[in-house]
Design a protein around this ligand. Sequence first.
Ligand code: C2O
Ligand code: CU
Ligand code: CU
Length: 521
Amino acid sequence: MKRKILLIGFISLLTALVLSACTGNDESTAQENSDMEQKSSENMNMNEEESDSMEEGMDHSTMDMDDEAMENGHMSHDEVISLNDSTGENELKIPSVLESDNEEEVVYTVRAQKGETEIFDGTKTKTYGYNGSFLGPVLRFSKGDKVKIRTINELDEETTFHWHGLEVSGEADGGPHNSLKPGEGELIEFEVTQEASTLWFHPHPEGKTSEQVYNGLAGLIFIEDDNSNSLGLPDEYGKNDIPLIFQDKTFDDEKQLNYSAAMNEDGTIGDTSLINGTLNPKLTVNNEKVRLRLLNGSNARNYTFKLNTGDSFVQVATDGGFLNEPVTLNEITLTPSERAEVVIDFSQLNAEDELALINEEDGSILLPFEVSDQSGEDSSIPEEMNDFSITEEVMNLPVTKKVELFGMMDQVTINGKKFDPERIDFTQKQGVTEVWEIYNKPDEMGGMIHPFHIHGAQFKILSRNGEEPPKNERGWKDTISVEPDETVKIAVQFKHKGVYMFHCHILEHEDNGMMGQVKVE
Ligand code: C2O
Ligand code: CU
Ligand code: CU
């Protein structure tokens, strides 16, 4: 009961604040304003119904809104919903590794399918998946491979197959222009020219990306090269090299994913955490160094990963490759679609502690660890891992592309415009480095973080608000978080030709038109 009162108090405070922040503004703001009030009350109803089952979640979510969301002005962003804590009753599922169709070549067949998945014991949830009912297998490439992928759309709606982070031609990229009708397929071919990294793939049909990803379409891509094979990092897949796809969902009373009911124009956020599609996961590890390949595969939620004990870990890779040297961190924030590879040395941690990976954003327990007394592999974290650099020349290039991110809900724009498949926003020459300046323009309510992504290229962060980026961002990136009022300069070079998307990776923002196109020729 106390919780309910707190919540109602908080909602009225929120409404009052929204009203006062919006007084004197024009009609469209008034419209947004009433939308928001409606959202708030919807939220309240939902939370009321769920408050019994949410255990302690409610109290700290209310607190979070007080001191964090309001301070940052994230009034519109419903981060009120905390994630459930993982009970650790299920061993984490590890995605299978896709086999090549024949031994002489790298040929993969990837099917987008509908299916049913037992996420909750004894209940079948309708889901989407690649080559299975939920999520997808890992596609492994080696640098230099000539890869063929046969894609097949077995859904009863259009889809595309987008290789997020992969440097391929616009034709192979799987953006909204590469839409496949139900029953259609395509053979795409490319050579892997980029370095070892953890990328991913997901659908990209215009206006439907968020729903299809939400329903389960997402898989990982691992690229390996001579460097990654010789570093001595933990690399036994599923043992000490663990992929972790973090997603949050809302399940209805029938334990179904009802996207249209859960949908929020500003980014759909759920209360149920799934890792690799596993509910209440735990991970059993040996007493050794373990590499975690983290992917924020959520539609909109940001995660700040941290060990519950406060112990540090080291980050070894960004979105598109290894850092030059390992960076020791106590926590790392990933916005939607960002990846990071981190190594936790369980042999150095106190086995008496109940260890878990938590989400610092709301204090929820994401992944409890069970550390066995087996010593495991002898892996290492070398002091030198890569030769990433930014030349003086690139540092001094003038800004030649400006991107202004603005808005919220369905009023999101890039440079004041919404996506138009017929409009090319920028052109750039193949192989030529240009500096893009990304600015997140605040609105009356402060604004929110937009994760900005460019297709077909790995880029370098030159500066954040004129300062050198943090050490753990001095590596290849394809998605960056941009805070309200922040300006980020990046150096972008495309290796291939074609039309590529750039967009906010809050999937509802993308679907609402926060996307543009660059033509590389
Ligand atoms: Cu993850 Cu347009 O991409
Ligand atoms: Cu992409
Ligand atoms: Cu956005």
